[in-house]
Design a protein around this ligand. Structure first.
Ligand code: PA5
Length: 435
């Protein structure tokens, strides 16, 4: 059984069932290329059957290192950027309390992220915050040379060494990087740091189910076995070529059809703050995979109902080049009910006794219909619950769907050549030797 369901009711006036069916042959071709490793980017298909092939010993090693970190540290800093941090951040935000860092030791270490920007104030503020805490670090970089995390790691490594000495630092620094290459790998070898390997055939934005995502999530107390179980289920469901049986491919086809009709921006709209970083992870996955050769859907996101009071006007009546994917939750973990007021001063007594979930559901339905009437095609991907199992399926769903959309649109979804341009300019301006 799937913990995800895709509802396409609000697309009917924009695309027909026949248009979807017409793309089955192209889907078959792309599916065969993915499974057979015959398409572009075939060296980066390790994520495809990762959930079913990850050895138990790897999972056990991640769990046992995570237990040591949880015992040793009050603050755990994840140092990485892009695909090297967004997956774990998405998972932790989705599964843990909205305020987990405020719960103290009983909930495991506080978790912070560094190296995802070059802001002096951000990092200085982080230093202030962790000054009195026992600290562990996980620096994550596949290339081992990315500037932002490398700078943050220099700062944090120095801080940890000053505090605990080189030997103490060794117990507190975990490196996740390539199996054999890169500056970070050499440094870890030289200094004897514990290392986790990012498989050669898995690119950054597809790496959430490798130690890149799994280790920080395990430190955050997340049951990574259940997460992988859900991802395995996703792998089974979303590895079928038929559009009738595979909602990830159906979603990919719908995106491609809407794109061809001039709907060049997709807005991922959520109704739960817990989905906030999931949307960030999805934006990177879709944006970096699909936006190339002057093509690609621009992935945007909004958090409703909050953003209905900021972006709602634009979505309802602005330029009609958008479509929406609502990412919703079937049920919250806990139900709060709206209390009655004696004098009904705010006129809300008609809702007294209703759950917030029910009101939120009506907000979604009302919004989806209003936007459809306003000319915005939309669909809804509903997630059963906030469990690691559902999240594992969801991660896999989007990975499959984005890889399929990239292929349907004729781009290599596994490279990111455009990212180098800003780096070259920055390095020139900084006077990097040899540039
Ligand atoms: O998806 C990607 O490949 C990128 O977003 C990378 O994850 C990001 O640039 C970080 O790279 P690295 O892990 O090499 O530091």
């Amino acid at each position: 059984m799937s913990n995800l369901s895709l509802n396409c009711e609000n697309l009917k006036s924009f695309i027909s069932d026949q248009e979807v069916i017409n793309l089955q042959a192209q889907v078959n071709l792309c599916h065969d290329q993915l499974e057979g490793g015959t398409g572009e980017g075939a060296d980066y298909l390790g994520w495809l059957h990762l959930p079913s092939s990850i050895p138990d010993t790897n999972v056990a090693e991640i769990e046992s290192t995570a237990r040591s970190v949880r015992d040793l540290c009050e603050a755990f800093i994840v140092v990485g950027i892009g695909g090297s941090y967004l997956g774990s951040r998405a998972g932790i935000s989705f599964l843990n309390s909205s305020f987990s860092n405020q719960f103290g030791r009983q909930g495991g270490p506080e978790i912070y992220f560094a190296g995802q920007n070059i802001s002096s104030d951000y990092h200085a503020d982080l230093f202030d915050l962790i000054a009195g805490r026992d600290v562990c670090l996980n620096v994550i970089s596949k290339s081992g040379t990315t500037t932002e995390p490398a700078i943050a790691f220099r700062l944090l490594k120095e801080m940890v060494e000053n505090k605990y000495g080189a030997d103490g630092a060794r117990d507190r620094i975990v490196v996740t990087t390539d199996s054999s290459q890169g500056a970070l790998k050499s440094l870890a070898n030289d200094l004897g740091y514990k290392t986790f390997v990012i498989p050669d055939d898995v690119g950054g934005r597809y790496s959430v189910l490798t130690p890149v995502g799994l280790f920080p999530m395990a430190v955050a107390g997340i049951n990574i076995r259940e997460l992988l179980e859900g991802a395995r289920r996703g792998e089974t469901i979303y590895s079928k070529p038929s559009l009738d049986q595979n909602d990830a491919y159906r979603y990919a086809v719908i995106r491609q059809l809407l794109y061809q009709k001039g709907k060049t921006t997709e807005i991922l709209a959520t109704f739960q703050p817990a989905f906030g970083y999931l949307a960030e992870w999805w934006k990177q996955l879709a944006g970096e995979s699909e936006g190339k050769n002057l093509k690609g859907i621009f992935p945007a996101s909004v958090g409703f109902t909050s953003d209905l009071h900021s972006m709602g006007q634009w979505i309802q009546e602005g330029n009609r080049n958008i479509f929406e994917t609502f990412l919703t939750l079937e049920a919250s973990r806990r139900q709060l009910k709206i209390p009655a007021f004696q004098n009904d001063a705010d006129g809300l007594n008609y809702l007294a006794g209703e759950t917030l979930d029910r009101v939120n559901e009506k907000a979604w339905l009302g919004t989806a219909n209003a936007h459809k009437e306003g000319g915005v095609p939309n669909m809804t991907l509903k997630v059963k619950d906030r469990s690691p199992y559902s999240l594992g399926q969801l991660f896999y769903f989007f990975e499959r769907a984005v890889a399929m959309t990239g292929c349907l649109n004729g781009v290599n979804p596994f490279d990111q050549p455009g990212v180098e341009f800003y780096k070259e300019n920055m390095f020139k301006l900084l006077g990097k030797p040899g540039i």
